[in-house]
Design a protein around this ligand. Structure first.
Ligand code: NAD
Length: 362
């Protein structure tokens, strides 16, 4: 199978869908890999490393049996795909119906990384988790960087410095990584989630569970469901009381397919001490803080609110490496013997396929 790796063109995107290490494995498995010139350079992977791994360096990688991407293609890029080609990437099936329709109209078989069912067998393909790990780590580093204080406690000749108090709201994959990272930096860390099952996970990382008295429902898949308006109001009121205690707040709360829940009202920010920092990882879906401006970093009455988008792209080497391994695992399922063999009886294949399922099945 010929696999194409185009250079990402979305603004600010520095990741690449395959890295040389994974290219070598795909070539060994019998695939031919064509990498667009400079595709990995923003992530520190040089063309020569891809060539050494067995890839061909090409000017355009769209003419392939399977095209692998990080971001969804633009309309012009999608028009370069062969009919019947497989396309893998974050295709945004829940929010970009137009893009999906265009792929379907071209007869492209699209696999959305975000639609891969989060079952145990698919863990190696779970790009939501791998990228959330990067985002959570980076969020803690940004919080530490923006804070005008130390994270750790220090005992110096000039006296003792008290450690920073950090709160992480939402303890899914990103939140738990933010907790672990903030702990490693020496902060005193608290975590909160509406899923009570995560209390133990928070504590196992050496952090404390902040009890707000709000407990939500959990779906069979382990996701939170949206809180009732009464529970939301209770959560906001409790947070408003507790937030002034914290120097840094990292928010990661999300409900799949829904806008981010608003947890921190403007009045709660007003109550925080000057110099405090909020890093809002949920900015991608509108933000957990009412004052977050997606894509920007603002200062409101001395409180810095970071709404930067696409944090995984800010650490593109490892984000790409982990993503590439996720893609490799999916390719192994789609082309087990080196040739495409789409088994729509497989729940991972059916779950991830967002276009042309019927035709491919028939
Ligand atoms: P996510 O990004 O959808 O949400 C982040 C967190 O926000 C979740 O923990 C959620 O409970 C929390 N949240 C939602 N509303 C909130 C609110 N009002 N206040 C506070 N927190 C709120 O979640 P995720 O990180 O993608 O994963 C969520 C779950 O899925 C976790 O239990 C994770 O372990 C599980 N998971 C399972 C697999 C698997 O293969 N079995 C893989 C990945 C994740």
């Amino acid at each position: 199978m010929r696999i194409g790796v185009p250079k990402e063109t979305a603004a600010g995107e520095r990741r690449v869908a395959l890295v040389p290490e994974v290219v070598a494995k795909l070539v060994e498995a019998g695939h031919e890999v064509a990498v667009e010139r400079g595709a990995g350079s923003a992530a520190s992977f040089e063309d020569s490393a891809y060539a050494d791994a067995g890839a061909t360096i090409v000017e355009s990688a769209w003419d392939a049996d399977a095209v692998v991407k990080v971001q969804k293609p633009t309309a012009e890029e999608a028009a370069k795909l062969r009919s019947g080609a497989v396309l893998i990437g974050f295709l945004q099936p829940l929010t970009d119906q137009e893009g999906i329709d265009q792929l379907a109209a071209r007869g492209v078989v699209g696999f959305a990384m975000e639609s891969i069912p989060r079952i145990t067998r698919a863990q190696s393909m779970d790009a939501l988790s791998s990228q959330a790990t990067v985002g959570g780590y980076k969020a803690a580093l940004i919080a530490a960087d923006r804070l005008p204080r130390f994270f750790p406690m220090l005992t110096t000749a000039a006296g003792t410095v008290q450690p920073a108090k950090v709160l992480v709201i939402g303890a899914g994959v990103a939140g738990l990584q933010a907790i672990a990272t903030a702990r490693r930096l020496g902060g005193v860390v608290f975590g909160f989630d509406v899923r009570s099952a995560v209390k133990e996970q928070i504590e196992s990382l050496g952090a404390r569970f902040l009890d707000l008295g709000v407990k939500g429902e959990e779906t069979a898949g382990g996701y939170a469901t949206e809180l009732t308006p009464e529970q939301q109001a209770q959560q906001q009121a409790e947070l408003e009381k507790r937030l002034p205690d914290f120097d840094a707040v990292i928010t990661t709360a999300a409900i799949p397919g829904r806008p981010a829940p608003k947890l921190i009202p403007a009045t709660a920010v007003d109550a925080m001490r000057p110099g405090s920092v909020i890093v809002d990882l949920a900015a991608e879906t509108g933000g957990n803080c009412e004052l977050t401006v997606p894509g920007e970093e603002i200062v409101h009455d001395g409180v810095t609110i970071v709404g930067r988008l696409n944090l995984p792209s800010e650490m593109p080497y490892h984000a790409s490496q982990l993503y590439a391994r996720n893609v490799q695992a999916l390719l192994a399922l789609l082309a087990p013997e080196g040739e495409l063999h789409l088994d729509f009886g497989d729940e991972i294949v059916t779950g991830a396929c967002v276009t042309r399922k019927e035709t491919a099945e028939g």
